[in-house]
Design a protein around this ligand. Sequence first.
Ligand code: AMP
Length: 301
Amino acid sequence: MQQQILVVGSLAYDDVETPFERRKAVLGGAASYFALAARLYAPVRLCGVVGDDFVQSDLERLASRGIDMAGVERRPGRSFRWLGRYNYELNTAETINTDLGVFADWQPEVPSSFRDSDTVFLANIHPRIQLRTLEQVRSPRVAAVDTMNYWIERERDALIQVISRVQIVTVNEAEARQLCKTHSTVRAGREILKLGPRAVVIKRGEYGAVLFTKDRVFWAPAYPLEEIRDPTGAGDSFAGGLMGELSRTDDIDDAALCRAVLNGTVCASYAVEDFSVEGIDRADPAAIDRRVRELERLVTA
Ligand code: AMP
């Protein structure tokens, strides 16, 4: 049976600066990127909140891609805004400003039609919102969480509570170090596993992603691209490919998780090829499959 994917997370306008280009107030947010990637695999339902400044045609754009927007509330106030800058390596974002806007005091109500979702992704947002969303889904088959330094610094205890309730954690390298207070990403991966999840994926930008389970370590190199225009959304698009692939897998064993990491890697490669959501929005399932096969060839003699 077709699995249904639920995502909660930021819907945002981003100001993004790379050493080469600069864009203001472009459509972003962890949930937007995730949904645009995951919908290439299965139907996606989105929960989030926008302010009265959020452009209706941006919501319609997501809806026109088949994303069910019944869980998106519009409230008086400003939408989430993020201002980030990348250095020459384009690997890690420096946050210049985060304005939570209407997300600051939002209490999500998952629509009753979404509560039977099988696959749940708690995209980057306040851990309290992540937890409240998860608690409203009746019996998810698999749930995953992503986060970032902003929440590790401010909401560590709530975040650890969320981590202990999900099966998969995705986090980038710097944040894994920060969360586990260790320089070693291998140690960090294993420390996070001890909190309860069965898999941890540590994202390392252009150096790929590493999956840790109890019995396995798997490394996927990033898909080799000549040009990266905007790394924003790489992590969320990665999660979209990862959870999308898992949503069509009966048995979530280590082999399925490895395949999911390859799909995540490829979705991330589409996201970074262009600014905002343009790159991932252009991807299609056949193109994703082609890149997954190329990625496999990359490390096979
Ligand atoms: P990433 O996939 O990690 O590059 O995520 C990028 C997206 O995350 C951007 O479009 C931002 O709007 C969003 N974002 C940045 N900071 C936060 C935060 N503290 N909480 C939720 N979303 C955020």
